[in-house]
Design a protein around this ligand. Structure first.
Ligand SMILES: CC(C)(COP(=O)([O-])OP(=O)([O-])OC[C@H]1O[C@@H](n2cnc3c(N)ncnc32)[C@H](O)[C@@H]1OP(=O)([O-])[O-])[C@@H](O)C(=O)NCCC(=O)NCCSC(=O)C[C@@](C)(O)CC(=O)[O-]
Length: 448
């Protein structure tokens, strides 16, 4: 069977940085520990005034095509996943293709382009579309470009304001990939939920506490569904667990429940029994409430054990490093988690070839998906080539007042725009937003 998966990755972070404990916390009159320890975040990325979802996506795609020495004729489809689209008809992929055509001799007229929407999970759904297209043998030897791009803004003073972020991830999906091969097995947990949505509005209406519960419930379903096709998961099966990361604290909660589930009925549960007892079983309780309380107590004890802490430090924590510095990139978030985990393994000199990643994607509204990925022998060369640290370090550090201006610049209802707020950084060798066309379309130029 043809091996299909991710052949190369590039990211593009928004070029502005807001420090949460140092700059945001005092202005919000909050304890800095709320951001760093509670949510697990240090900073958010924001786009400069000449950046948006198109420039970030096009710049990530351009970097990837240059590094892999690709021409437009090598790409058979461009799938964009976003929940920050500014056009209800023309897909962002056409804007991005238009940008790329400014710098390549060829064009993308032969390429199928689209835009996926299902909150944050649409990035993984686009990956699926690309995978299925290649596995169906319809790709004529070409690869797919999957681009996730979002500016995740919340209304000012919404609790979600602390979790904002902006950036794009470009993934090249090909036969015989260099980074990871995707499993055919998948598990889903999907239900009509009203926890986070944007009905004809830019900023989300969020029931924050409920969104956390829905994330956990749908993930639990997806794990069970995955096990029904792939067999029971054991904690030692996966080297890394890249999960959708709206903020690292969310993944910390999900990881505790995941470990409790996958260690049940294993030698790990038996070994821990002397220390914290065995896991509560539903049939031993008179009511659902009593069972849930006992399960929550067991989970608290479990997360205090050395066994759990070691597993978390090796398998989960490395996937959160980039997220702590950039916030939520919505559709790109789980793909940032994968990159973060592989980057940490590369830096620690761990040979990941042949190892399994268990990837958990999620989108509000709501749907979770679990699949496995097998790391390929070219992974280290690919990870080494990505300039994540340089991009993060080069960001402009915003004051709180500048942050307020930037939020207004990217707020579709505010008049502030490129003309009113000076850019904070100077564009170089990249696509920039440079005004409006005659039909209200956004226009882009490549700046040398
Ligand atoms: C998630 C909430 C509700 C949290 O906002 P909140 O309700 O203000 O925060 P909290 O009171 O729940 O506190 C968070 C944690 O900080 C701790 N804490 C408190 N104070 C301190 C302190 N001083 N020092 C240290 N720790 C402190 C506190 O104890 C708690 O720890 P936990 O119980 O989680 O272990 C908010 O950020 C929000 O509304 N965010 C937006 C929605 C969101 O991200 N939801 C996550 C799941 S839904 C999802 O992932 C989908 C999404 C959002 O990406 C969208 C999509 O799919 O398109």
């Amino acid at each position: 069977m043809t091996s299909v998966g991710i052949d190369a990755v590039e990211i593009r972070t928004g070029k502005l940085r807001l420090d949460l404990p140092e700059t945001f916390a005092p202005a919000q009159d909050k304890d800095p520990g709320y951001y760093t320890k509670g949510l697990g975040l240090t900073a958010s990325s924001f786009p400069d005034v000449y950046e948006d979802i198109v420039t970030m996506g096009a710049n990530a795609a351009h970097a990837l095509m240059e590094r892999k020495d690709l021409e437009p004729e090598d790409i058979g489809r461009i799938d964009v996943a976003t929940e920050s689209a500014f056009d209800n008809s023309k897909p962002v992929s056409t804007y991005i293709a238009g940008c790329l055509e400014q710098v390549y001799d060829g064009d993308f007229h032969h390429a199928n382009k689209g835009e996926r929407k299902f909150a944050c999970i649409s990035g993984t759904q686009s990956l699926d579309d690309a995978y299925n297209w290649i596995r169906a043998g319809r790709n004529r030897g070409r690869s797919a470009l999957v681009i996730t791009t979002d500016t995740a803004l919340y209304a000012r003073n919404d609790p979600g304001e602390a979790t904002q972020g902006a950036g794009a991830v470009a993934l090249l999906v090909s036969e015989d990939p260099d980074v990871v091969e995707l499993s055919t097995e998948q598990g889903y947990g999907s239900a009509d939920e009203t926890d986070f949505l944007k009905p004809q509005q830019q900023f989300p209406s969020v029931d924050g506490k409920r969104s956390v519960q829905v994330y956990l419930a749908r993930m639990r379903e997806a794990v069970t569904d995955f096990e029904s096709v792939a067999g029971k998961i054991h904690p030692d099966d996966a080297a890394l667990l890249p999960f959708h990361t709206p903020y690292p604290g969310m993944v910390r909660k999900a990881a505790a429940l995941a470990f409790r589930h996958v260690s049940r009925d294993t030698e790990i549960e038996e070994e821990l029994a002397a220390e914290i007892g065995r896991q509560p079983r539903r049939e031993a309780f008179d009511s659902e409430e009593a069972f849930r309380e006992a399960a929550a107590d067991y989970t608290d004890d479990l997360t205090d054990t050395d066994t759990y802490r070691e597993w978390y430090a090796e398998t989960v924590d490395p996937t959160l490093t980039i997220s702590r510095e950039v916030g939520n990139w919505y559709t790109g978030s789980v793909h940032v988690a994968r990159l973060s985990g592989l980057k940490a393994a590369y830096e620690d000199d761990i040979d990941m070839t042949g190892e399994t990643l268990l990837v958990g994607s999620y989108g509000s509204g709501a749907q979770a998906e679990i699949h496995a990925e097998t790391v390929q022998s070219g992974w280290a060369d690919e990870i080494e080539a990505i300039d994540v640290d340089e991009q993060l370090a080069a960001r402009y550090e915003l004051t709180f007042e500048e942050y307020e201006d930037v939020h207004d610049v990217h707020n579709h209802d505010e008049d502030a725009g490129v003309a009113d707020v000076d850019q904070f950084t100077a564009p170089e060798a990249e696509f920039v937003f440079d005004g409006w066309g005659r039909m209200g379309e956004r226009k882009y130029t490549y700046v040398e």
